[in-house]
Design a protein around this ligand. Structure first.
Ligand code: C5P
Length: 221
């Protein structure tokens, strides 16, 4: 029997990309496999937490023991997260599209010979992490991820402040890092206590260590 130090705690985790429709057959999206977010949901659940995973479209099974809510768009993800409050822990791992397409077409946009290519007008999506970080039902621990290709620490620190988070888990997703869709992740934990750099680890190991970090932190709050 494993110890269940998070028994009685409730956690909301977001994972995967969001898909923002252009028309019924096309969308724009960020790159995200959902592997890290799903692994974190599993790890928290194994430690006894009641976990709600709000996932964008991914090719992964729903983690065992986790209530998984499937969404497509950022606005749907925001609604699912907010209606899952209150919670003790929020871990926002999803790669949410910053913009959606304004004025989504109801019918497939047809390619017409001789006509100019259509221009997409974009509208800003809600920032789910920032909304949760400043919410009246703000969880005791709010954690965000930051996929950066440069200035990982500086950007992480700025994000911590702006989003109202307790921790930003920053990773270098530049092409050379191989993180995108890969097995491993090399992260830096940025909090008001400073920066903790972890070695290159399998995403499951990052998830287990983060769940342990969360357990220790919650015990002190
Ligand atoms: O600003 P940026 O997208 O780099 O921030 C990353 C963090 O914010 C991640 O935790 C991500 O899940 C979250 N986020 C969000 N909603 C958005 C954009 C980012 O929850 N619209």
């Amino acid at each position: 029997e494993e110890p269940r130090p998070l028994a009685g705690r409730r956690a909301i985790v977001t994972s995967g990309p969001t898909h923002e429709p252009i028309d019924p057959v096309r969308y724009i999206a960020n790159r995200s496999s959902g592997r890290q977010g799903h692994a974190i949901a599993s790890a928290l659940s194994r430690l006894g937490a009641e976990v709600i995973l709000v996932s964008g479209p991914v090719n992964l099974p729903d983690p065992v023991g986790v209530l998984t809510v499937h969404v497509e768009r950022a606005e749907e993800m925001r609604d699912a997260v907010i209606s899952s409050l209150p919670a003790d822990i929020a871990v926002m791992v999803a790669a949410v599209a910053d913009w959606r397409v304004a004025g989504t077409a109801d019918q497939k946009i047809k390619k017409q010979a001789g006509e100019a290519a259509p221009a997409l007008e974009l509208a800003e999506n809600p920032d789910i992490l920032k909304t949760v970080g400043h919410h009246e039902k703000r969880p005791k621990l709010v954690i965000g991820f930051a996929a950066e290709t440069q200035n990982v620490e500086d950007n992480g620190r700025a994000k911590l402040e702006r989003k109202g988070a307790d921790l930003i888990v920053a990773n270098d997703v530049s092409a050379e890092s191989g993180v995108m869709g890969g097995d491993n992740n090399q992260v830096k934990l940025i909090s008001k206590d400073g920066v903790e750099a972890w070695p290159d680890l399998p995403k499951e190991e990052v998830a287990d260590r983060l769940a342990e970090w969360i357990t220790l932190k919650l015990a002190k709050l």
